[in-house]
Write a protein that binds this ligand. Structure first.
Ligand code: 3HC
Length: 317
C-alpha cells in the first residue's frame, strides 16, 4: 500500500491503468490522495447505511400489518449488512473499522443528510423506500463501475438488495395513493417533506462540488452529481404522476426540447446546515448511535476475547 504520491512515472502508470478501465485492487500501488478520497467516500457511505437504519426502525413496532413489518425488518437488516460490506471495503485501504466508527460517533465523519429528517407517519416509510432508496440506486449503479475493485463489488451486492427496497416502498405508497382520502393526504404530505432532501443526496451542484472533478478523473465517480440528480428526477416524476401525487416544486415541468424535467434549485443552505450537524434529527441520530455503541461494548469484548482464545489455542497446537 503506497503512502506517498509517488514519482511522476508511478502517477502516469496509475492514471494509464485508470484510463484503460483496469480495476485498482488493494495490492496495487495507488497515490495517497486516491486512497484517502476512497476512505472518505466509502466510510461516509458505510456510516449512511447504518445511521439510515434509525429513522426506519422508528416504525417497526407500528407497521400496519405483519407483511409490512416483515418487509421493513428485512430492509433494515439489509442496510446494516450494506454498512458491513462498505466498512470491509474501507478496511482494504488500510483503515480500521473501529477508527471509522469512532469518527462517526465523535461527529468528525459525515453521513448522508437524508437520514437527519424525522419519519412522522407510516407513509414516510414507503416514500423513503421509493425516493431515498430510488436515489441511492441511481447513485450506486454508477458506483458499480468505480475504479476501485472492492468498492465496485460491494456496490454490485448492494444494488441487488436496494431494488427490493425501492419496489416495496413504491408498492406501499401505491396502496396509500389508491386508498382513502386521508391515506392519499398522508402520502402526499410525505412526498412534500422528502422530495427536496432526497435531491440533496446527490450532493451539491457540479459547479460547487470540490471533489467531483478529481473523483471523475480517477473514475471513482462515473457520473456527476447533477447528471445523477437529473436522471433520478426524470425516472421518478412519471411514477408520481401515475400515483396521482405531485412533487413540491412549482418549477418542475417537462421540457419537450430536452426530453427531461426542468426543476427548481434545491436549498443549498439547508444542505449545508444539515451536513454541519444542524438538521432536524442530527443530535437524536448521534445520541442513538452513541448509546447503541456503548450498550454493544460487551459484545465486542466477548468477540475479542474469543478470538484471542482461539489464537492462543492455534499457537499452542
Ligand atoms: N449528505 C452529507 N454530505 C454530503 C452530501 C449529503 N447529501 N452531499 C455532499 N456531501 C459532502 C461530501 O461528502 C463532501 O464532503 P467531504 O469532502 O468532507 O467528504 C462535500 O459535501 C462536497 O460534496 P462533493 O459532491 O464534492 O463530494 P463527493 O464527490 O464525495 O460526492 C456524494 C458526494 C455524491 C454523496 C458521494 O460521496 C457519493 O456518491 N457517496 C456514496 C453514496 C452515498 O454515500 N450515498 C448516501 C446514501 S446511502 C443510502 O442511501 C443507503 C440506502 O440504502 C438508503
Amino acid at each position: 500500500m503506497s503512502v506517498s504520491e509517488g514519482t511522476a512515472a508511478e502517477q502516469a502508470r496509475f492514471q494509464a491503468m485508470i484510463d484503460a478501465e483496469q480495476r485498482v485492487e488493494p495490492r496495487d500501488w495507488m497515490p495517497e490522495k486516491y486512497r484517502r478520497s476512497l476512505v472518505r467516500q466509502i466510510s461516509q457511505h458505510a456510516h449512511s447505511e447504518v445511521v439510515g437504519m434509525l429513522p426506519e426502525g422508528n416504525w417497526v413496532t407500528r407497521a400496519p400489518s405483519l407483511r409490512r413489518k416483515v418487509a421493513l425488518l428485512a430492509k433494515i437488516q439489509d442496510e446494516g449488512g450494506h454498512g458491513l460490506y462498505l466498512y470491509s471495503a474501507a478496511e482494504t485501504l488500510g483503515v480500521s473499522r473501529a477508527d471509522l466508527v469512532d469518527q462517526l460517533l465523535d461527529g468528525s465523519a459525515k453521513y448522508s443528510s437524508i437520514f437527519n429528517y424525522p419519519t412522522l407517519t407510516w407513509a414516510d416509510i414507503g416514500v423513503i423506500g421509493w425516493l431515498v432508496d430510488g436515489a441511492a440506486i441511481v447513485n450506486q449503479v454508477a458506483l458499480c463501475r468505480c475504479s476501485y475493485g472492492p468498492y465496485a463489488r460491494a456496490m454490485e451486492l448492494i444494488c441487488k438488495e436496494e431494488s427490493f427496497h425501492q419496489r416495496q416502498g413504491y408498492e406501499l405508497v401505491m396502496a396509500l395513493a389508491q386508498g382513502t382520502p386521508e391515506q392519499i393526504r398522508m402520502a402526499q404530505d410525505a412526498v412534500n417533506r422528502w422530495w427536496w432532501p432526497t435531491l440533496m443526496m446527490f450532493g451539491p451542484s457540479d459547479k460547487t462540488s470540490p471533489n467531483s472533478a478529481q473523483s471523475m478523473a480517477w473514475k471513482i465517480k462515473r457520473r456527476s452529481n447533477d447528471d445523477l440528480r437529473q436522471h433520478f428526477i426524470d425516472m421518478t416524476v412519471p411514477q408520481a404522476n401515475y400515483l396521482g401525487l405531485t412533487m413540491p416544486d412549482p418549477d418542475l415541468t417537462f421540457n419537450e426540447e430536452t426530453g427531461q424535467y426542468d426543476f427548481g434549485e434545491p436549498d443549498w443552505d439547508e444542505l449545508r446546515r444539515v451536513v454541519s450537524g444542524n438538521g432536524p434529527c442530527n443530535r437524536e441520530r448521534m445520541a442513538a448511535k452513541r448509546k447503541a455503541h456503548a450498550e454493544g461494548a460487551w459484545v465486542r469484548e466477548a468477540a475479542t476475547a474469543h478470538a484471542e482464545k482461539q489464537r492462543r489455542r492455534r499457537e499452542a497446537a
